[in-house]
Design a binder for this molecule. Structure first.
Ligand code: HEC
Ligand code: HEC
Length: 299
């Protein structure tokens, strides 16, 4: 009897040691990815002229791509707060107190937006730079000029702070795309198609619009990173989009109601932001989506 008890104790003890080790390895791996310094990644210099025309274009991009997370006045907000996982916060981008705007150089802006890196060269957590990486020089320069011109708002946001459990889940691949910088093709220079009603320009807008973050890597549907959100539907011709006209798509993005009567919650599908795009830009997006292979959901 004693022998059996001893054996059981040894097995349980051994298991506890193994589990502790595995958890520790997962934790340190996640933490190491967060603390990795990408010092060798240099951003291509970008000339920022800030003409009146640039400021108009830049404002449009900020309202289409940034205000959803960084708040309408760009002063930042708490995005995700969870007792066991910690919090992910979008910083104040203005020059006000608690904001980064006053100290950011042109290069800092480019490095954050195109490469997902903070001024400490560590990866920005949950900031979709893998989408903004595709912005061409003209659009990015206009966006940065506008961001440098916005009114200063005082708003001290606590920094993003993940708890140990979050790092463990990150290592297990269970928290989604936490470090976009890891899969940005940093050295390539993306194509810059001319604006107009073309598949290529539609693809450009879909890339910088970050549609794949919620609609899956192939746009055939997938889980959304927004807490409480339904999954992102299939927006290849494998879903209902095959039958939409340009008017249907434009009306959906302007009103949040699909031709099939679905009412889209702007908290989950940011159509109110995308409605800053022109009719021609939205038509180009549909043209691109309809040019994709008809995939099944999640394929
Ligand atoms: C899906 C949400 C989301 C969107 C959309 C988004 N951001 Fe962010 N952004 C974040 C989060 C979260 C952080 C903080 C990351 C961290 O602390 O590691 C961040 C960080 C940043 C930083 C780095 C600030 C610093 O502390 O050094 C800049 C600059 C920035 N964002 C600019 C933008 C701009 C410009 C846009 C639009 C083109 C944008 N972001 C769109 C979530 C977002
Ligand atoms: C933050 C996540 C998120 C992003 C980014 C996003 N979507 Fe969505 N989208 C959703 C969700 C979630 C739904 C379903 C919403 C619902 O049912 O309330 C949806 C619904 C849709 C629908 C309706 C589909 C149908 O079959 O009814 C279309 C079309 C659509 N999105 C297109 C796009 C395009 C194009 C982009 C990029 C320009 C985009 N979305 C970016 C989350 C997102």
């Amino acid at each position: 009897m004693k022998k059996i008890l001893n054996l059981i104790l040894k097995i349980v003890g051994g298991l506890i040691v193994v589990i502790t080790l595995v958890v520790a390895v997962l934790y340190f791996n996640g933490k190491a990815r967060a603390n990795k310094q990408y010092t060798s990644i240099e951003a291509r210099p970008l000339a920022i002229a800030g003409t009146p025309e640039d400021l108009v274009t830049g404002e449009k991009w900020a309202e289409t791509l940034c205000t959803n997370c960084h708040a309408p006045d760009l002063s930042g907000q708490i995005l995700i707060q969870d007792e066991s996982l910690g919090m992910i916060n979008s910083p104040n981008l203005t020059g006000g107190e608690g904001g980064i705007g006053a100290s950011y150089t042109n290069q800092d802006w480019v490095r954050a937006l195109r490469h997902g890196l903070g001024t400490d060269s560590k990866p920005l957590i949950g900031m979709p730079s893998d989408a903004f990486y595709y912005m061409n020089d003209k659009d990015l320069a206009a966006l940065i000029a506008y961001l440098q011109s916005v009114p200063a708002v005082d708003n001290a946001i606590p920094p993003t702070d993940l708890k140990p459990l979050a790092y463990i889940l990150v290592s297990l691949g269970m928290l989604g795309d936490v470090f976009p910088t890891e899969h940005i093709p940093h050295k390539e220079i993306p194509l810059s198609p001319a604006p107009g009603l073309s598949v290529e320009f539609g693809q450009y807008l879909v890339r910088i619009g970050d549609c794949d973050n919620c609609h899956g890597p192939n746009l055939s549907g997938g889980e959304s990173p927004v807490p409480g959100s339904p999954p992102g539907p299939n927006i290849t011709p494998g879903g209902t989009l095959a039958f939409w006209s340009a008017e249907d798509f434009i009306a959906t993005i302007r009103t949040g109601q699909t031709p099939y009567g679905r009412v889209l919650n702007p908290e989950y599908m940011p159509w109110d932001e995308y409605s800053n795009l022109s009719d021609e830009e939205l038509s180009a997006i549909l043209l691109y989506l309809q040019s994709l292979p008809a995939l099944d959901y999640g394929q």
